[in-house]
Design a protein around this ligand. Sequence first.
Ligand code: BTN
Length: 271
Amino acid sequence: MNGLTEASILSLESPLARVVEVHEALGSTQERARELARGGAHHGTLVVAGVQTGGRGRLRRAWGSPEGGLWMSLVLRPNLEAAAAPRLTQAAAVAVAKALREIGANVGIKWPNDLLVEPGGRKICGILAESSIRAAGRGEAPRVDHAVLGVGLNANLDLEDLGVTDREVATLRCELGRDLDPLDLLRRLLQNLDAELERVHDFAVILDDWRVLSVTLGERVRVKRLGEVLEGLAVDVSPEGALLLQTRDGVLELYEGEVERLLREGDAYTS
Ligand code: BTN
């Protein structure tokens, strides 16, 4: 992103940016960070790119990453059992939502970790947490060896830069009517990420914040997962962050899926 350098990022003295790589252009920060992690990179290794030519999102979808966005991936070495790895995704969503709210963006979280601006639920940031699991000794649970946490934030961009004109996408520039200082933005993200990741073992408190920031709970939703489509009321999240969906057949606990908000009776689109 314009103006970010390794020296300026190191000057933030963030525990999450002890080792920094800045690239003007890169295929994907996620792939680069993964390569570094496999080579033994430390917790707190950060890769940032001004442009990604092969950015990708969940389900290997392409992620448009032109100049002006904040495209970054972090190598994390959390001390977590493999079963708790999904916590990273919701912890990161809470952190990024808090950072964006600090600068005045009206951001909420769509389960599990999409950052949407209201009104209209337009996506402003995507989070991709990918964990690599290490087998443990006999009788021990497998653990997270490392995780790569990718954050793609539509920052100092116009919708046209992203090649989209639909109403489902937002940028900070459009929402706030101004550009953000990239280093200040990164500092806020790293501070909030560090704070949330520090309490990942105390996941109940992260989920309490997640509930407050959620735009999913209390909504009628459609969830697409594993080739099936479910509809119901999003009533809560389980202690491990699964979505609890009240359906005609009872409450389902969902660990994955694409959530779409359904209009409530009496709601109307405004144009
Ligand atoms: C999503 O599907 O919502 C997640 C999108 C994650 C995009 C970010 S941009 C930085 C990092 N590098 C990538 O290739 N992807 C992630």
